[in-house]
Design a protein around this ligand. Structure first.
Ligand SMILES: [Zn+2]
Length: 118
């Protein structure tokens, strides 16, 4: 009988061979379960609340593009960004900034979007 090197599905390190059916280290199984329930909670939250979904989209785009790059509004629209619920407006340098919590955006005359952070 060949001994297969089993790998933990969470940390990708080798598993103890004395426990045949194991897919995770005990602590990894726990971490995995916790991670799953956090993800589920976050997912439910995002489904329930378009405000936080918007915020997440802005946050992720902000981390990819920063404040200097003009991006196309379709980048937001493609992720089901809801432009109709952007109510917090602030006038900065002649432009309206719309904020979702800490992250916001400005629509320029050329219809491109600039991201910003409070
Ligand atoms: Zn592990």
């Amino acid at each position: 009988m060949t001994r297969q090197n089993k790998i933990c599905g969470f940390c990708n390190k080798q598993l103890d061979q004395t426990h045949g059916n194991r897919r995770y280290h005990p602590e990894c199984a726990y971490a995995k379960k916790k991670e799953r329930s956090i993800n589920q909670y976050a997912k439910q939250n995002l489904q329930l609340d378009p405000y936080w979904r918007n915020e997440k989209i802005l946050r992720e785009l902000y981390h990819s593009f920063g404040e200097m790059v003009e991006i196309d509004p379709s980048l937001l629209g493609n992720q089901q960004f809801d432009f109709t619920i952007c109510k917090t407006k602030r006038r900065v340098n002649g432009y309206w900034q719309m904020f979702m919590h800490n992250y916001g955006f400005t629509i320029k005359e050329n219809q491109k979007i600039i991201l910003c952070k409070q």
